[in-house]
Design a protein around this ligand. Structure first.
Ligand code: KG4
Ligand code: ZN
Length: 325
């Protein structure tokens, strides 16, 4: 099975070609463009996608050593995400599928982040619990078998990545904030400041990060000369602690054999280290496959092996929930 996949849900234009034996994968990042505005302007992101998507598809096919005739299906992120960004990928995929007369599969972005773990592992044991932590989502899911999901908890306000990004902005660091805070934190003392661990004692699996961001805002306003490295280390520790605490509890309660972690925040080294002490097998993709990428979309497509799939009858859906509450 040779799958061409496209991911344009946010600010990375990514194309991959996954075969049974090889992966060709290219991502054109828009980070430099969005740094100018300190965050993503959706129309700007969509225009950037339009400019690079076709050359990227051609380049991936060339680099794979295959031709268009070898491609069996196309997988594309069709939600959730920014509508204008999603539309570029979806319409490109539908046009290619129509022209090449092959099926096009709409893939949920969150499922893609979970599926990234299957790129390098084919012996994952179930049931599993999945933690998806990105700029737009913070979700805990029960995964009884590949491709089946039950939402057990989610953020009630900001996502963990959003919290990193907003804290970074408050502290005068660049976009995206996660890697910046993490870099500063390496030289800091995580015990220096006692930022809140929101909802850590709540009985459910929900999260809340907006209060933590506000705590960092007020702290910085009142203590502008506090060492940046210590503020970053303390904020990073607070975010990681809540995520790790609730995730470990979910793994235990659901008797999960595996924990599947995904999303941009899963690239965070502290989180990776803290999650390691676990009574289940821990899977976290390489950082390149934690942040948005098309390879994970091809991997998720394998969960949907419907031989008589509709060809291209779907639209971009910015609010597509993997598992409605
Ligand atoms: O999954 P992703 O690439 O895009 C979305 O689906 O949102 O995640 C992007 C998020 C951003 O908020 C970024 O700050 C965060 O992931 N991120 C990190 C790290 N690398 C990326 N957060 C913490 N530590 C990192 N090393
Ligand atoms: Zn993502």
């Amino acid at each position: 099975m040779n799958i061409l996949s496209i991911e344009t849900s946010c600010d990375e234009t990514s194309v991959a070609l996954l075969t049974d034996t090889a992966l060709t994968h290219l991502t054109a990042s828009q980070i430099d463009v969005h740094r100018i505005t300190g965050g993503i302007v959706p129309e700007v992101a969509a225009r950037e996608h339009v400019q690079v998507i076709t050359p990227l598809v051609e380049e991936v096919i060339t680099q794979s050593g295959l031709t268009q005739k070898d491609i069996d299906r196309i997988a594309v992120t069709s939600g959730p995400g920014l509508i204008t960004s999603l539309m570029v990928g979806v319409e490109t995929a539908r046009t290619l599928g129509f022209t090449w007369n092959i099926p096009v599969f709409p893939i949920n972005h969150i499922e893609g982040h979970i599926a990234a773990n299957f790129l390098e592992n084919d012996d994952i044991e179930f049931p599993a619990v999945a933690l998806v932590v990105s700029g737009g989502h913070t979700e805990l899911l029960y995964v009884p078998e590949p491709g089946t999901y039950e939402l057990i908890g989610a953020t009630r306000d900001d996502a963990a990545g959003e919290c990193f990004d907003k804290c970074a902005r408050i502290l005068g660091l660049q976009y995206p904030g996660g890697p910046e805070i993490s870099r500063e934190a390496k030289a800091g003392n995580a015990q220096a400041y006692d930022f809140p661990r929101p909802m850590i004692d709540s009985k459910n699996y929900d999260f809340s990060f907006s209060g933590l961001k506000t705590a960092v805002l007020y702290f910085h306003r009142d203590n502008p000369n506090a060492p940046l490295v210590d503020v970053c280390a303390s904020a990073e520790a607070a975010i990681a602690e809540v995520l790790v605490f609730k995730t470990k509890r979910a793994v235990k309660e659901y008797k999960a054999k595996s924990l599947l972690v995904g999303g941009g925040v899963a690239a965070n080294q502290l989180l990776r280290t803290k999650l390691a002490e676990l009574d289940a097998s821990l899977y976290i993709p390489e950082p390149e496959y934690c942040t948005d990428n098309a390879a994970m979309i091809a991997a998720a497509c394998k969960f949907h092996d419907e031989p008589n799939a509709e060809l291209f009858d779907f639209k971009a859906d910015p609010n597509w929930e993997l598992t409605p509450r």
